[in-house]
Design a protein around this ligand. Structure first.
Ligand SMILES: [Zn+2]
Length: 304
């Protein structure tokens, strides 16, 4: 049975889907079910094996508060939930202390959103990029087709070749800009989350950026995970390409990650990393416990 046939029957893909763009937490308008259990029910039904989540506060200066909330969700996530640490570019030392702390806590990626009015090549982000490069993390950048977003993303990807930049909301605006940005550096991918579903957009992105440069992102809870999955399963593409988008390309990215080992000690949620006492540059070499490769086994609460 093809993926499109399965879609028509309401069946999930026959393989575990990796969702590279998810969220937890409250936003400025009502979302029906904010509990981790509600999200997990949808993930099970839709065949989402793993979703990488950041908190809705990734758009604000409360990024660290949101990260602590995400950490709590990861512990309830059956191993399906993994974390992007959101970053607010207050100053380089604070950013370094924050991001290195969240990586030690088990986060396996970084989420940036320029709703905070800072460009992605703001100097205060550099410590986050250095750490992402060292740990080979994906860096998910909110984008909406603006040339300045693409330019900063390309500069970052070229300067830090071991991290992976993911341009969010592929084709939301300026689809050609997304494709050109992906062509400008090998470590730039595009995610698919967009509440609208312009006919042929997934096919366009695949044709222009390449089938190995597109990853599935739902933006759930923000968007409907099933609707976002459906537009990939129903696209006019070979099933082999749909599988790249829904699973294999993400696995390639996450397989490179040197963080988030299942034995990484997680600090108590009520004690998030302190962001005020910066450790200084010497902490760059701070050893990360359990530098294991990313595993689909997911985050577990340590201990019996
Ligand atoms: Zn999002």
């Amino acid at each position: 049975m093809t993926l499109c046939d399965r879609l028509r029957r309401g069946l999930p893909p026959p393989f575990g889907v990796i969702d590279m763009h998810g969220h937890v937490g409250r936003y400025a308008y009502p979302i029906a079910d904010l509990a981790s259990e509600g999200l997990l029910r949808v993930l099970r039904r839709a065949g989402i094996e793993t979703i990488l989540c950041s908190h809705m506060q990734c758009m604000s200066a409360d990024a660290d508060w949101g990260n602590a909330q995400v950490l709590e969700c990861l512990r309830q996530g059956e191993g399906r939930l993994r974390g992007y640490a959101a970053v607010f570019p207050s100053d380089p030392q604070t950013v370094h202390a924050s991001v290195s702390g969240w990586i030690r806590a088990g986060f396996i990626g970084i989420k940036l959103h320029d709703a905070n009015q800072f460009r992605y090549d703001d100097p205060a982000y550099e410590p986050a990029y250095r750490l992402a490069n060292e740990h080979r993390l994906p860096v998910l950048m909110h984008c909406w087709g603006r040339p300045a977003q693409f330019a900063a993303a390309v500069r970052t990807a070229r300067a830090y070749p071991d991290l992976t930049v993911i341009l969010a909301h592929g084709g939301s605006a300026n689809p050609e800009g997304y494709a050109q940005a992906a062509q400008a550096a090998p470590n730039i991918l595009i995610d698919t989350c967009l509440s609208r579903s312009p006919l042929g957009m997934i096919e366009f992105l695949v044709a222009r950026a390449g089938p190995e440069r597109i990853v599935f992102g739902s933006d759930g809870y923000f968007y409907s995970i099933t609707q976002q999955l459906g537009k990939i399963m129903g696209a006019e593409l070979p099933d082999s390409v749909k599988r790249l988008i829904l699973r294999d390309n993400a696995l390639r990215v996450l397989g490179r990650v040197r963080a988030g080992g299942v034995e990484a000690p997680a600090p108590p949620a009520e004690e998030p990393p302190k962001t005020t006492d910066a450790p200084g540059p010497s902490d760059d070499s701070h050893p990360v416990p359990a530098r294991k490769r990313w595993s689909t086994r997911g985050v577990r609460t340590p201990g019996p």
